[in-house]
Design a protein around this ligand. Structure first.
Ligand SMILES: N[C@@H](CCC[C@H](N)C(=O)O)C(=O)O
Length: 276
């Protein structure tokens, strides 16, 4: 089976985007792993499927697969690429779209200069909704592993996130702690792990060890998660610049019960076809 694809990126978080409206297709986990493989396939952090709308309230369905083959609920940098893809491929003439993911409905606004703004939805802090094993909801939790005890924040941005504050991001133990925390037993569906350095109330630096993909140059939902955890803890203001290794995202959150808004770039890299 020959499948047409588009390679895209948002701040270096890279995607293989496949139109499953024009091409009828369902992927197995091993096909996803092959597509994502940087030597044997195309190479990407996530495979994104553009799907028909599952209900009349939305414009498209949006399915997300990590490089390890697992299907997940949400992907922020992918959402911006999704918006550009459906416009560039002529699948819509709209500049404002509603898209159904497994983590909820998100709203995409195409701006000028390759920027896309996304309403990422309302963050959820209840442990059952993350999911995270805890007796009650709290702004921070103590997590134990390898004889260590670290303070974390936990939130769902549609997908699960754990956020740790560090003094200096360049010295953060991401390669060592990332894979351990990703599979910590208190996160039964695994978790994305963000390490955040607060520079000022309007500026953080962030690195994210992504569930199912490892450390990536940027993570959109991770930036939203770090911002809402930091704002709840009183470290941050309503509008925050988030500097990731791949570049900057602007995140806005007015507070409890409100949507998180993310703005950043999205770009097409090349198009091709792969034999699966
Ligand atoms: N890169 C993404 C997040 C992709 C999914 C994540 N790894 C998960 O497993 O939840 C983003 O930009 O948000």
């Amino acid at each position: 089976m020959r499948v047409a694809f588009t390679k895209m990126q948002g701040l270096g978080n890279d995607f293989v985007v496949i139109d499953t409206i024009s091409q009828s297709l369902s992927l197995t986990a091993s096909q996803v792993r092959r597509i994502a493989d940087r030597r044997l396939g195309i190479g990407c952090d996530q495979v994104l499927l553009v799907a028909p709308p599952p209900s009349p309230e939305v414009d498209f369905g949006y399915r997300i697969f990590n490089a390890d083959g697992g299907e997940v609920e949400q992907c922020g940098n992918g959402a911006r690429c999704f918006a550009r893809f459906v416009r560039e491929q002529g699948l819509t003439g709209k500049e404002r779209l509603q898209v159904q993911t497994a983590g909820g409905v998100i709203r995409l606004h195409l701006e000028t200069d390759k920027q896309v703004t996304v309403d990422m939805g309302v963050p959820r802090f209840a442990p059952d909704e993350i999911p995270f094993k805890a007796d009650h909801e709290a702004d921070s939790y103590l997590l134990e592993f390898d004889k260590q005890r670290v303070e974390i924040g936990a939130v769902s941005m549609g997908n699960p996130h754990c956020v740790l504050r560090v003094a200096a991001i360049d010295a953060a133990p991401i390669a060592c702690w990332g894979p351990i925390l990703e599979r910590h037993p208190r996160f039964p569906q695994r978790v994305n792990v963000g390490f955040v350095e607060v520079i000022s109330p309007g500026h953080i630096r962030l690195r994210v060890y992504e569930r199912g993909a490892g450390e990536t140059p940027a993570c959109g939902t991770g930036a939203c998660a770090a911002m809402v955890i930091g704002r709840r803890r009183g470290w941050l203001s309503e509008q925050v610049n988030v500097d990731l290794p791949g570049g900057r995202l602007g995140i806005h959150w007015a507070g409890e019960g409100r949507s998180v808004w993310m703005t950043g770039p999205a770009e097409t890299v090349f198009e091709g076809a792969i034999e699966l």
